[in-house]
Design a binder for this molecule. Structure first.
Ligand code: SF4
Ligand code: SF4
Length: 346
């Protein structure tokens, strides 16, 4: 990692240069919630001034820049007595400005599935390689919970990461692309004072996490509590809407559908993101549903997030952003469910 500092006016110049040359996406206010608080989402921006650089957290994660809700994997056409297949997974280089550490940590977990996992996805890899990521640090929202230091103090998964140290940003540079691009503007080597401010900023962020969730030994709790009444307690409240998985930075379950055009000469294969909370998620040919109730389905979402992934990668899939808890109309959130599991509220 190489460290530099950049003044805020110079950073603005840098971002405007990037915007001029690439499609660029950053957090913008799209609406207000019922309490009058802004709702932010990542949208295409055409100048630095459109970006809410001091935003809190986007409602949805940045996952969908890499795993769209719906994408065509391939198209088929019957021509000259044979089927021709067309596959497109190239993407135009683009820039994402402002993802939070936990969002990038979510991407690093998805990389373990779609880049280095057993079944890599060329579509995901193409998007990941062609997206220049400028992460920005922030203090935690009151309901966000930190599960591991890596989720708020990341060292990988981005091109450059900016820590706000007052009148400048302390930049952690993680790619030659970022290093070379930064040559177009004025940067400086960090001074001793900058280093001190950087360390203080990291401590401030770490101490800003007010919600604690104890996940020590959670895999064992989940093994033991498979038939626990807490799954009924929370599962019966669940509306099976799938919103939690849609906003989550790491829920990635998907289905693949094939559609044949009415002329029987063309077809396409599409991938759609799914949610294990949706009623038909585990429905198979013949109509049998392996998880017929909302209780079964909610339970499996928690098992995937906190046990299945942990068994293979020694870490939870969840990064503790609490987007799922914030978006859930039934007021189901990981902190309450996990605390119940630890028998603290039964
Ligand atoms: S847990 Fe909440 S957000 Fe998720 S499917 Fe159930 S009701 Fe919807
Ligand atoms: S807190 Fe919820 S939305 Fe955030 S990573 Fe964990 S499961 Fe996903």
């Amino acid at each position: 990692m190489i460290y530099k500092t950049i003044s805020k006016p110079e950073f603005k110049k840098f971002v405007n240069l990037l915007i001029k040359e690439n499609p660029t996406f950053g957090p913008v206010e799209v609406a207000k919630n019922t309490k009058g608080k802004p709702i932010y989402q990542f949208e295409e921006v055409h100048s630095y001034d459109e970006i809410e650089i001091d935003y809190t957290m986007s409602y949805s994660s940045i996952k969908n820049f890499f795993l769209p809700f719906k994408e065509t994997l391939s198209k088929f056409k019957y021509e000259g007595n044979d089927w021709k297949q067309e596959i497109k997974y190239r993407v135009h280089p683009r820039v994402l400005i402002g993802p939070r550490a936990s969002d990038i940590s979510g991407l690093v977990k998805l990389d373990k599935i779609f880049v280095t996992g057993h079944f890599p996805s060329a579509y995901y890899i193409a998007r990941r390689k062609n997206t220049f990521i400028i992460g920005m640090d922030n203090k935690a929202l009151p309901d966000a919970f930190c599960l591991s230091p890596e989720d708020h103090d990341i060292r990988t998964g981005f091109n450059m990461f900016c820590s706000d140290i007052g009148d400048k940003y302390y930049i952690s540079i993680n790619s030659s692309k970022a290093y070379n691009y930064l040559k177009k503007v004025k940067t400086a080597n960090p001074t001793k004072t900058d280093d001190k401010k950087f360390i203080e900023r990291k401590k401030l962020i770490q101490n800003s996490f007010k919600t604690k969730v104890d996940i020590s030994g959670l895999e064992n709790f989940l093994d033991i509590e498979f038939k626990s009444p807490i799954w009924t307690k929370w599962g019966e409240k669940c509306l099976s809407c799938g919103t939690c998985a849609a906003v989550c930075p790491t829920c990635y379950c998907y289905g693949v559908e094939e559609t044949i055009e009415v002329n029987l000469l063309e077809s396409r294969k599409e991938q759609r993101l799914h949610s294990c909370n949706l009623v038909d998620f585990a429905k198979v040919a013949g109509g049998h549903n392996f998880r017929p109730t909302s209780v079964d389905r909610l339970k499996y979402r928690y098992y995937h997030q906190y046990r299945g992934f942990a068994e293979n990668d020694d870490e939870t899939l969840c990064v503790g952003c609490n987007r799922c808890g914030r978006a859930c109309l039934a007021d189901i959130n990981p902190k309450d469910v996990i605390n119940d599991l630890r028998m603290e509220n039964l």
